[in-house]
Design a protein around this ligand. Structure first.
Ligand code: PLP
Length: 454
């Protein structure tokens, strides 16, 4: 292994050399410096939903590579692609009937945006090209996906290169529900912003609305308020706007439901998944596509005007299929519900009185903790202290891997910690996770961090 500047890899912090991960098994991860970690965030980004290492998935990949490693989809389909599509549609929200495969989350969002546009072109409604999204969201790093993403920091330097999307506010009950307002009233009020935006742009110009049912990295596991997504669906239907739900982080069982939006009783026109789809064993993403979109393509030009070389890669689909079978056979969405309840209860018990824990939120094994300088006023910390980054380091010192983020309040202020352990986590590991997390919080000199104005 090269050291520091000898590395030819352009690392996330150029010029520095991160520690190498050398072994991982279940929820344990070992690095080259001899350290062992408990992985509370599934491979760092809510990916490894089965934990690290799985004989069934590994065998499926090996068998597929021995049979056919690759052939381009403009010539042939493959058995794993067909079977995985079947498995994803079985039990999917109503109306979703076909699957387009790709290699990751950003590609899935790109494909969903382009499918939305092609749908309207096939229908002869050429003016429908505008996309409405939400502030404080993330939909991927490619320029199209970034254009519809509301994560201020991730957009910042690319802003001049992005296409113009229209943004409404997030559904963020902890900070935006008013005193005296019920959760349901707040959900309706937040959804009404979509109607205002559609009318402002002109419904004849709007192609689609995109949102995460449970906002992941940007807000830290913030679920839609009760009734919000239903109201969003109704508004989309009223104006003929397509609804794209991005379940790249929250989907595939993580929230306790195979598809997160099922808990809200809502079916989108397009649904994106990735991360837990391949469980980190292979890079794979997918868009689940609604009947009416497929119908419009068939009755119109008869071809998909979008494609990637590696779409429906046989080894990636074989991995995805084995992961989905394992999830089903071990009923891991149910495990996400019960272990999620345990984790949430243990966190609440341990942190109920903590002066800097503003809220513990989320669904299933997709939980967020918002850190505040003052619980009463919900004032965030002074962002110059980057409390989220300090926490990440403190947790690593205590042998715990988490996904903290900054800017949940407004893109600049606000600190949260995202927890998304493998759905195979045991009760003992839940207890260990909470113990290490509390130790890490105890190591932070909160009094030094100051308060940001709200
Ligand atoms: N959408 C959401 C909700 C995500 O959380 C992410 C990644 O974190 C993406 C899209 C982009 O996925 P990828 O990083 O696989 O391109």
């Amino acid at each position: 292994m090269p050291t520091n500047n000898a590395s030819r890899v352009l690392h996330r912090k150029p010029g520095s050399m991160p520690e190498a991960v050398i072994r991982a098994s279940g929820l344990r991860v070992w690095t080259g410096d001899g350290r062992e970690y408990l992985d509370a965030v599934s491979g760092g980004a809510a990916v490894s939903c089965l934990g690290h290492g799985n004989c069934e998935v590994e065998d499926a990949i090996r068998r597929q590579l021995a049979e056919v490693s690759f052939y381009h989809t403009s010539f042939f389909t493959s058995e794993p692609a067909e079977r995985l599509a079947e498995a994803l549609i079985d039990g999917a929200p109503q109306g979703l009937s076909r699957v387009l495969f790709c290699s990751g989350g950003s590609e899935a969002v790109e494909a969903a945006l382009k499918l939305a546009r092609q749908y309207w072109v096939e229908r002869g409604e050429l003016s429908r090209s505008r996309i409405i999204s939400r502030r404080q969201s993330y939909h991927g790093a490619t320029l199209g996906a970034l254009s519809v993403g509301g994560n201020v920091k991730r957009r910042e330097i690319y802003a001049p290169m992005l296409f113009e999307a229209h943004f409404i506010g997030p559904c963020y009950e902890y900070r935006l529900r008013e005193a005296g307002e019920t959760s349901e009233d707040y959900g309706r009020r937040a959804a009404a912003e979509l109607e205002t935006a559609i009318l402002e742009l002109g419904p004849e110009n709007v192609a689609a609305f995109i949102c995460e049912p449970v906002v992941g990295a940007t807000l830290g596991a913030v679920p839609a308020a009760p009734g919000y997504l239903r109201a969003i669906r109704e508004i989309c239907d009223r104006y003929g706007v397509l609804l794209i739900l991005d379940e790249i982080m929250c989907g595939i069982g993580r929230t306790g439901w195979r598809y997160a939006c099922a808990q809200d009783g809502v079916s989108p026109d397009l649904l994106t998944v990735a991360k837990g789809l391949g469980g980190g064993f292979q890079p794979i993403g997918a868009v689940l596509v609604g009947d009416r979109i497929e119908m419009a393509l068939m009755e119109g030009s008869g071809e998909l005007k979008h494609g990637f070389t590696y779409m429906a890669h046989p080894a990636a689909c074989a991995a995805g299929l084995a992961v989905q079978c394992y999830l089903r056979d071990h009923d891991l969405p149910a495990a996400a519900r019960s272990r999620g309840d345990e984790l949430r209860a243990a966190l609440s018990d341990a942190l109920r009185e903590h002066p800097h824990v503003g809220e513990i939120r989320g669904r299933g094994l997709f939980l967020g903790i918002e850190l505040v300088s003052d619980r009463e006023s919900k004032a965030p910390f002074d962002p110059r202290h980057r409390v989220f980054a300090r926490f990440k380091q403190a947790a690593m010192e205590r042998g715990l891997l988490t996904y903290p983020g900054g800017g949940c309040v407004d893109g600049e202020r606000g600190d949260h910690v995202l927890l998304a352990p493998a759905l195979t986590i045991t009760s003992q590991e839940v207890a260990e996770l909470v113990e290490r997390l509390c130790l890490a919080l105890g190591d932070l000199p909160f009094a030094q961090f100051g308060r940001a104005r709200i």
